[in-house]
Design a protein around this ligand. Structure first.
Ligand SMILES: CC(C)(COP(=O)(O)OP(=O)(O)OC[C@H]1O[C@@H](n2cnc3c(N)ncnc32)[C@H](O)[C@@H]1OP(=O)(O)O)[C@@H](O)C(=O)NCCC(=O)NCCS
Length: 152
C-alpha cells in the first residue's frame, strides 16, 4: 500500500512515465474527492518504481477502476508492472470487479478479459476495456467513472 510520505515520489513517477502531468493530477483529484479505494507501489531500494491505483466507480457500486498504472521509465521491462497488477488482482479481484482501460496484451497476462467486458457501456473505448473479478460472465452494466476522470 502506498503511504503519504511516498506521494511526492508517486507524482514524479507518474509525470515521467506518462510524459506529462495529467495522471498525477488525476490521482490528486481522486484522493481529494474520496474516490480512491487503494494505492499500491513496488519498491526497489526504498524507491517507488511502480504504481497502481484502484478508484471507486460511481456505478456499478463496489466496482473498481484500475488506473493509473505506471513504472518509472528506467525500470520498465523488468517485470515490476505486471507483478504489481497481478498482486493487486490477487488481493481484490476475488471479491470485487475490477475494470481497466489499457493495452489488452498487457492486462490479459494479469487475468483481465476483453470478452467479459464486451457488453459494458463505457465513455471510453470498449475495445480497450477489460474486466477481472467475480460475477456474471459478460455483465451488462453502464460504467460511471469518478468525476476526476472527466477532468483529465
Ligand atoms: C505499461 C507499463 C506500466 C508496464 O510496466 P513494466 O514494469 O514496464 O511492465 P513489465 O516489465 O512487468 O512488463 C511485463 C511484460 O509486458 C510487456 N509490456 C510492457 N508494457 C507493455 C505495453 N504497453 N503493451 C504490451 N506489452 C507490454 C513487457 O514487454 C513484458 O513482456 P515480457 O515479460 O515478455 O518481457 C509501463 O510500460 C509504463 O509505465 N508505461 C507508461 C505508462 C502507461 O502507458 N501506463 C498505462 C498502461 S496501459
Amino acid at each position: 500500500m502506498a503511504t503519504p510520505p511516498q506521494f511526492d515520489q508517486i507524482e514524479t513517477l507518474l509525470t515521467c512515465a506518462f510524459g506529462g502531468p495529467d495522471e498525477a493530477r488525476l490521482v490528486r483529484r481522486l484522493r481529494a474527492a474520496g474516490d480512491m479505494a487503494a494505492e499500491y507501489v513496488s519498491l526497489q531500494g526504498g524507491v517507488v518504481v511502480s504504481y497502481a491505483a484502484l478508484a471507486k466507480f460511481g456505478a456499478p457500486h463496489g466496482w473498481l477502476a484500475l488506473a493509473p498504472v505506471a513504472t518509472l521509465p528506467e525500470f520498465q521491462g523488468r517485470g515490476f508492472g505486471l507483478s504489481l497488477v497481478r498482486a493487486v488482482c490477487a488481493r481484490h479481484a476475488k471479491a470485487q470487479t475490477i475494470v481497466v482501460l489499457g493495452r489488452p496484451e498487457f492486462y490479459q497476462r494479469a487475468g483481465f478479459s476483453l470478452k467479459r467486458a464486451a457488453r459494458l457501456t463505457s465513455p471510453y473505448p470498449i475495445a480497450n476495456t477489460l474486466l477481472s473479478g467475480p460475477g456474471a460472465d459478460q455483465p451488462d452494466k453502464t460504467l460511471v467513472y469518478p468525476a476526476a476522470f472527466g477532468a483529465v
